[in-house]
Design a protein around this ligand. Structure first.
Ligand code: NAP
Length: 287
């Protein structure tokens, strides 16, 4: 590892809490294998210090920073420029600092798309069901709409949240509907789904939590995604692979959102395999 000296470039992570984050392990491993004199540090920031923390990082010459809950939306007015995808999603998770100016991006959605592409799957022309309408569902839904999905249904516990996201997707010219999670119980409804994505925490804290739909309703060849990455194999992912569906957990999205941020911070190709290795080690230690 390069030693820390007067030229070490810092990248931050701000959120609250941040102690559960696996990003420091993933990014520091990437900097290490690429012999970059850079370090990635996490900061738990209290809401009243958000603005001074952001300005402080710019003043201290940080290369940039990632943003996590609860600041992905609140950070936006503090930036000089926000990329189009991030504007549509309404959240920023990556900020690059160049010449003292702050440029905001959202790499969560593209991270999810890359995790599909890694398995040879394209969203173009697909009928997609997203369960959930929170931050992750928004990033994923908008990214899928921008990549020519055929239709996207948003199924959510709170119907009004599903409706808001569905409207944003429809504004991008993609057929979209909003339903509540009871819709998932009707066998007919999932018959034409090509890709179903769990974007809720159901199955995360309580590993045995049953999925919000029955996998038997899906057509053969459907792709089942769970954005959860810890536990590595949620019940949904376990059942989906047992039944022969293509099952994709959230590790790929986590790695590729980090990889895209790394690309923005450094201008270099991210060492994805090494980032995966760092994630596996960190998951074993923390989960
Ligand atoms: P969020 O903004 O809090 O949204 C949570 C969503 O889940 C909301 O739509 C909420 O519905 C729904 N929900 C929560 N508890 C539920 C329950 N018991 N039954 C049914 N629906 C429920 O959270 P988020 O940031 O979108 O994260 C969602 C999941 O994605 C988490 O598991 C998180 O770890 C994962 N994630 C993964 C990555 C990755 O890189 N792999 C990135 C971000 C998030 P209401 O609207 O009714 O509240």
């Amino acid at each position: 590892m390069t030693s820390i000296n007067a030229e070490t470039k810092l990248i931050g992570l701000i959120g609250n809490p941040v102690k559960h984050s696996l990003s420091p392990e993933i990014h520091n491993r990437a900097f290490q294998v690429c012999h970059l004199n850079m370090r990635y540090l996490a900061f738990a920031v209290e809401p009243e210090f958000l603005e001074s923390a952001v300005k402080g990082m710019a003043a201290l010459g940080f290369g940039g920073f990632n943003v996590t809950i609860p600041y992905k939306e609140l950070v936006m007015p503090l930036l000089d420029k926000v990329q189009k995808d991030a504007k549509i999603i309404g959240a920023v998770n990556t900020v690059v600092i160049k010449g003292g100016k702050l440029h905001g991006y959202n790499t969560d959605g593209i991270g999810f798309i890359r995790s599909l592409e890694e398995k040879g799957i394209s969203p173009a022309g697909k009928n997609i069901v997203i369960i959930g309408a929170g931050g992750a569902a928004k990033a994923v839904g908008i990214a899928l709409a921008l990549r020519e999905a055929k239709s996207i249904v948003i199924a959510n516990r709170t119907f009004s949240h599903a409706r808001d996201l569905s409207c944003k997707i429809a504004e991008l010219g993609v057929k979209s509907g909003a339903v509540d999670t009871d819709w998932l119980k009707e066998e007919e409804n999932l018959k034409t789904a090509d890709i179903v994505i769990n974007a809720t925490p159901v199955g995360m804290l309580i590993k045995e939590d049953s999925p919000l739909f029955s996998l038997n309703m899906l057509p053969k060849g459907a792709v089942v995604c769970d954005l959860i990455y810890g536990p590595r194999k949620s019940k949904l992912i376990q059942e989906a692979s047992d039944l022969g569906y293509v099952a994709i957990d959230g590790a790929g999205m986590l790695i590729y959102q980090g990889a895209e941020a790394y690309r923005l911070f450094t201008g270099l190709t991210p060492p994805v395999e090494d980032m995966y290795k760092a994630l596996h080690v960190a998951l074993c230690q923390k989960m």
